[in-house]
Design a protein around this ligand. Structure first.
Ligand code: PSU
Ligand code: MN
Length: 335
């Protein structure tokens, strides 16, 4: 296959994202060795809408075997809205942009898959390792591939015990230096949401509510915190993206915060009670680092009788649909 970044449209996207190739773009890209699926490569070459999807939610965020069904369902939602899904993971040291059925099975079923944030990409590539990519890992690889729109459930952020652990997801720092639009239901409510919003402001990450003046609360429709900006349709989101490129400056993300529909949110009282138990259980067991987020999500699923899982899935579905609509608008603007 020819070097992937030889496609002129992709190089233009790369320049727009501020990720510049040094020297001969082709050889560096070839060495970097992003491997797009045929469908994704073809879509990017024609400037057709593409939506990046992360794989950590599949490998580490959802219970098996439901996770595989969900992975396939999300890809279907993107296609139904007229865009091409690009689920991203690293397999045998190769960053894969768009997964075939075998690869998707592997991401959903292989328990040895690691969790790869941005900083883990280089050692994983060097070691030929396999892992699911988090928001930070996925956003970086998507931007490298020339994909502008990305959907996930909820961003990582500042953990509630930050003052003692300094645990803040690498998602925030990466989004501060990557030109990508992330459609999410806010940040996970297991986090310190107000502190995370402050960090996003400090880092200069643009946050816009989708049809809401309140920052969403992941499992809950609202976090109770306001957002400064709101758009009411996908064209409004695409207009902000275009304006980001005009404004220039260090490339940073657009967080498009899309609430889970009120009818599908987790009961707030149940949420608060079970989350308090989950946080206490994590502390008792000394769980921290990369394990804490999957532990808390699994604990909530188990102790809400699956209700938190349904709310999480409703949020992700809504985000994936909206991301596809935004990607269609974005492709239309450029075409
Ligand atoms: N959204 C979900 N479920 C998840 C995640 C997002 O609905 O499991 C994942 C994302 O990959 C995100 C990660 O980047 O959780 C955050 O992990 P950490 O707190 O270790 O950075
Ligand atoms: Mn962490």
């Amino acid at each position: 296959a020819p070097p992937y970044f030889a496609a002129p449209s992709v190089s233009r996207e790369l320049r727009a994202s501020g990720l510049r190739e040094s020297g001969s773009g082709e050889s560096e890209s070839g060495e970097f060795g992003l491997r797009p699926s045929e469908e994704v490569r073809e879509a990017l070459e024609r400037g057709a809408p593409v939506v990046a999807l992360e794989s950590t939610i599949i490998a580490h965020g959802l219970p098996r075997p439901r996770n595989l069904e969900v992975a396939a369902e999300l890809e279907g939602l993107v296609r139904a809205a007229g865009a091409v899904p690009a689920t991203i993971a690293v397999l045998d040291g190769v960053p894969r942009i768009g997964l075939d059925e075998t690869a998707l099975h592997r991401v959903a079923e292989d328990p040895s898959l690691r969790k790869l944030g941005f900083r883990d990409l280089a050692p994983a590539l060097a070691a030929g390792a396999s892992g699911a990519t988090t928001v930070s890992g996925t956003a970086h690889l998507a931007a490298r591939a020339g994909i502008r729109v990305f959907a996930t459930g909820g961003l990582g952020g500042v953990h509630r015990d930050w003052a003692t652990t300094q645990d803040e997801s690498a998602d925030l720092g990466l989004l501060a230096r990557t030109r990508i639009t992330v459609v999410c239901a806010g940040v996970k409510s297991i986090l310190d949401v107000p502190a995370t919003l402050e960090r996003l402001e400090t880092l200069g990450v643009t946050v816009v509510g989708y049809r809401t003046g309140e920052f969403p609360g992941f499992y809950l429709t609202s976090s109770g915190r306001p957002v400064d900006w709101t758009v009411t349709d996908p064209a409004g989101a695409a207009a902000v993206m275009a304006a980001q490129d005009r404004v220039g400056g260090p490339p940073s993300a657009l967080v498009l915060a899309n609430p889970v529909p009120a009818a599908e949110q987790l009961d707030p009282a149940l949420h608060d009670r079970v989350l308090a138990e989950a946080l206490a259980a994590a502390e008792r067991r000394g769980i921290g680092g990369q394990a804490i987020t999957p532990f808390l999500l699994a604990h909530l699923t188990e102790h809400t009788g699956g209700a938190s899982l349904e709310a999480n899935l409703a949020a992700v579905r809504g985000n994936v649909r909206l991301a596809a609509e935004v990607a269609v608008e974005w492709a239309g603007r450029k075409g």
